[in-house]
Ligand binder design. Structure first.
Ligand code: NAD
Ligand code: DAU
Length: 351
């Protein structure tokens, strides 16, 4: 079946894996990647598919209503996979406004454009909103987030994502826009911007710089390899039901400090350093304000209803990730030039 699908944020970390997957696997689809190319968007992530006939790039700011309307007028989309967002919790604490603009207003602009184009015929249309487990707030030592867990976002980032989820559900309920949402746990893998824990730690270990561990390193995250997220998105886009929510997670909980130690061991091996060398770089720093203690996802609905399951063991996925960052030095150097050092100094000095 021919389709024209808008993927927003396709030059970012998860988006580029989704775009590459869809362009490669579905040559009969036209994939339009609309991205503003913020600091987190990088077209180098897409060089392997940029010349494919079924791929198009549009530099678009989703906060700009008129640009979004023009995009929908130019292409007759029948599907939207919406990933574009401001995604880093620390940045949302330093400067929340952009999170409100992009994550909330940007999402509403897309919903309005989809509603206006589709309102006379919702058949075979789908608005798929990519969200996060952080909307559910923070868990104690026990329990898992299910699709029924009440929303309780704690950071400006998660509050903005929660707002956008509510707007998507409201457009589905009130106007009938065929929309669905998935809420995923922490992703890791190639192409992640090195402001996030795993690539930041890999880069610091490589350069013999301190590895900043917030608080006591006891916060827990449920890690999922990014390609497993992309495979879930593929499945949900094609087989998920409008109006539904699907939780996606790795069933793979790690305390930050244990994860960093595992990463240090992998890095020692890869860099031919004596065992224990990288661990000496671990440095406890001031905690993130309002730091959520634990996230963990129950993805049984997705597993049972759509037959999804994640593939690599964490140690294998992590090793693949380390290999990618150690091989793709040019990518890393380019990403680290520009404003990265300024950001790093602002975020970590005085911590
Ligand atoms: P990212 O920060 O790596 O990429 C975001 C992309 O969105 C970038 O390419 C950026 O240029 C683009 N963008 C930002 N503002 C824009 C705007 N105004 N208009 C158009 N494009 C804009 O993010 P990511 O980690 O790939 O996350 C993608 C989505 O998945 C987000 O919605 C995020 O909330 C969600 N999510 C991420 C994770 C994770 O662990 N990274 C987990 C669950 C859900
Ligand atoms: O749970 C899904 C979310 O995961 C996504 O929605 C977000 O977009 C994504 O950024 C991620 O949020 P986290 O805040 O969990 O990810 P981050 O990599 O920033 O941090 C992971 C954990 O490591 C968290 O407990 C904070 C801690 N940390 C982070 C950094 C950057 C450190 O201890 N030191 C650091 O330098």
């Amino acid at each position: 079946m021919k389709r024209t699908i808008l993927i927003t944020g396709g030059a970012g970390f998860i988006g580029c894996h989704v775009v590459r997957r869809f362009v490669g696997k579905y040559p009969e689809y036209i994939i339009v990647n609309a991205d503003k190319l913020t600091y987190a968007g990088n077209l180098e992530n897409l060089t392997e598919i940029e010349n494919k006939k079924n791929y198009k790039f549009e530099k678009t700011d989703i906060v700009d209503k008129q640009s979004v309307v023009e995009l929908f007028d130019k292409y007759n989309f029948d599907g939207v996979i919406h990933l574009a967002a401001e995604s880093h919790v620390d940045r949302s604490i330093a400067s929340p406004d952009e999170f409100v603009f992009t994550n909330i207003i940007g999402t509403v602009n897309l919903l309005n454009a989809a509603l206006n184009r589709w309102k006379n015929d919702f058949e075979e249309k789908l608005f798929y909103h990519i969200s996060t487990d952080e909307v559910y707030g923070s868990l104690g030592k026990e329990g898992l987030f299910t699709e029924e867990t009440a929303y309780d976002p704690k950071s400006p980032y998660s509050a903005s994502k929660a707002s956008s989820d509510h707007m998507v559900r409201a457009y589905n309920h009130t106007f009938g826009v065929p929309a669905l949402i998935s809420n995923c746990s922490n992703n890791y893998g190639p192409n992640q911007f090195p402001e996030k824990l795993i690539p930041l730690a890999i880069n610091n270990i490589k350069n013999n710089k301190p590895i900043p561990v917030y608080g006591k390193g006891e916060n827990i995250r449920d890690w999922l390899f990014v390609e497993d997220h992309a495979s879930a998105i593929d499945l949900i886009f094609h087989r998920g039901k409008a109006g539904e929510t699907y939780n996606i997670g790795g069933n793979n909980e790690w305390k930050n400090i244990d994860l960093i130690i595992l990463l240090c061991r992998i890095m020692d091996k890869k860099l031919n350093r004596a065992k224990g060398t990288s661990e000496k770089l671990i440095t406890y720093v001031k905690d993130r304000p309002g730091h959520d203690l634990r996230y963990a996802i129950d993805s049984s609905k997705l597993q049972k209803e759509l037959g999804w399951s994640p593939i690599p063991e964490f140690a294998d996925g992590l090793e693949k990730t380390v290999d990618w960052y150690l091989t793709n030095t040019k990518w890393l150097d380019r990403v680290l030039s520009g404003d990265y050092n300024k950001y790093y100094d602002q975020m970590y000095s005085g911590r």
